[in-house]
Design a protein around this ligand. Sequence first.
Ligand code: ARG
Ligand code: ZN
Length: 873
Amino acid sequence: PVIRLEDYSPARYTIETVALDIQLSPRATQITSRLALRRRDETAPGTPLVLEGGDLELVGLALDGASVHRDDFTVTPEQLVLLAPPEGPFELEIVTKVDPDANTRLEGLYRSSGTYCTQCEAEGFRRITYFLDRPDVLAVYTTRIEAKRSECPILLGNGNPVESGPVSDKPDRHFAIWHDPHPKPSYLFAMVAGDLACVTDRFQTRSGRAVDLGIYVEHGKESLCDWAMDSLKRSMRWDEEVFGCEYDLDVFNIVAVSDFNMGAMENKGLNIFNDKYVLADQDTATDQDYANIEAVIAHEYFHNWTGNRITCRDWFQLCLKEGLTVFRDQEFSSDMRSRPVKRIADVRLLKAHQFPEDAGPLAHPVRPRKYTEINNFYTATVYEKGAEVVHMLKTLLGAETFRQGMDLYFRRHDGEATTIEAFLACFAESSGQDLGAFAIWYEQAGTPLVTVASRHDAAAGTLTLELTQDIAPLPGQPSSAPAVIPLRFGLLGPNGADMTPTSIEGMSVRGDCLVLEHRKQTVTFSGIPHRPVLSLLRDFSAPVRLEVEEDESDIAFRAGHDRDPFNRWQASQTLVTRHLLRALQGGTSAPEDSTLISQVFGQLLADQSLDPAFKALALQLPGEADLAREKGKDVAPEQIHDLRQGLRRRIARDHLTLLREIEALRPQGSFDPGADQAGARALANQALTFLAVSGEADDADLVARRYETATNMTDRLAALTLLVHEGMPAAEAALEDFRARHATSALALDKWFMVQATSPAGDALERVEALTRHALFDEGNPNRVRALVHAFATGNPVQFARKDGAGFAFAAAQALKLDARNPQVASRLLTCFRSWRAYDTVRSDLAEKTLRSLAEAENLSRDCRDIVERCLQ
Ligand code: ARG
Ligand code: ZN
């Protein structure tokens, strides 16, 4: 069934309080739920109460203390209907039974390595008990958890701890009661029980509340929690300082589990994390892992206000909490690290994941209008494009007005389940602006293409720009409306400094930001005697594709001189992309064409004034997937791979000495995960990436030596990846060493799988297939599946899209197999087909056949069927 935004109506009944009693047992957990219900005034007396369930077994039902006659209700595993509820408030007691050990979907209540845990967003609570399992039903929860003390010494719930102790008539069992005073929707419910170690700390909020912080992990992993705890405390302080948001309970707990469908979950007072976003030390985690932990800890913590205190009216409003919270975690990381480097990293992710989604059959608006399976809408569009929309709001309104709008949002909607309209209204009020046209960003799918043509009139001293915007037709969206596009700009003079026009006419301007509002607009800058080099979309001020008519020499000039670091980075990327796409069109790449690029890279390498982290990014060639996306059609991944390798080799050979010098500046001494050391390592490893293809024996030795002598995971993994991906002689021995060295770290072993899965070597698929039968492979562990199968399907463009179709067939077969166990993980895997129409005809025919055969499979989950059918539409 299709769920539509326009069909929204409030629930017929409200639930004021929920009292849960959970009797834990691995194969038969019994849940007693006592609900205080009330008919809403708008609901006619006698209206049936319809509660959702998911695969549930009803054990008992009582209304106001008396059991309910079998004619007065109907029940299936998916629904419990009380046919004629009382007119006034009433209490319903529901007893259900679930099997946590049999729960391979990892949704609802399940066990991961012996620890009971829950995942209720979006619709997992209904797999625990029958409920009004929708985000606009807010209730106060009290949770009593009872378990065998020896199995589960730790019992955790939402909110504050109330009471705990032995169970009187059962000597081996104990209980704990938790109370959460803040009304919340069911998707924020959580409980955890197990034998876990705890790392504790304390945080004092600015108004003086002492908060006990706890991070719960498997015994022996306590020493891996320092960075997560540090990140948590910094997040709590930052949210007070930057958004005025203070924590509101006496405890804040985080639990790390090894089997988790996604990254982490913001359950009130009890965040549950995929352990890869908690555990870190220098031997097992890369600098990127450290940065991710910092960001995800912050993200989940920030949800306490943007998501929990103020939640979503319905799942169409998912971006209300996710887009906003991603924006907030991005701001946090920017303040903790280098803002420009963070911006570049975020835009790279957006372009790598969201742009392809937005250009293919799975495209949908930031606020979708319909869905069949909500779990398929936790997407890059909702999260990352959603964050870009908030970023644009801030750009258009200015920091101060933006903050006033946020303050108003927190004041006005605290305790509510609300909508995007309500959110935007706060900014319309704080700014006095009409944001009606801006709202199109939430409504319309597709990435606008902005084109710019410029004319300079030296005699008049004017520069005229003609700008257009358009979105290519998408399935279900044949045409589009113009959006409000903030374009930050600069006009570079001959010395690289920005020129200041005496006037700007034809478009509205706010500070350094042009605001494009129509399909076609012309703007004229006066007081510009010399032809400037145009720098547009500075800081990536809008999630658009930009096409400017300009010479390669202008782009190279920007790559060297733009004072906006984002655009400096973008210029070097554009230069390389244009060059390689031209070569692809022509079928050859004349090496003399790459002279300009090699020069620009030489200048970057030699520039001592650049932040090493920035320099590392600027020196990174656009990835194969980036190039495929820019090409857009007739994609043949191995051609892209070969051309890119050629350019990489040319740059290596032209700048051997400089590269070797930079590579040698690798930080020595004690390890620090902070931005400075991480940036220096990134630069050294970027230099090594070029040297690995120089063709010189010395450099091959260097890579092997770097592997052997590495003192941290960042350097070790960087070297291992080069050894394996470039097919260097030391590869096999290094792989074997890595596996043995990290035999006890599942997270490190994931990297061992991933390196092999993403190798461009011709036998990669055979290797991956063999690895699915390896003793260390575990189909039930989502991280392991992602490290091998997803990594192959989404991170190995050449071998996934093999011309014999074997890569497609493998991904489809794996998805089918996984689907029976865990539909969410399987359907995520199938999004690897989202750009299938962009391949050349041989490959797109093969991909289509694969998708059609999937569509015919019996017993396909709703999750997978939705992806397959949308891909084919
Ligand atoms: N709310 C979580 C977060 O972004 C993610 C939950 C994902 N849920 C899902 N069904 N995919 O912080
Ligand atoms: Zn989130």
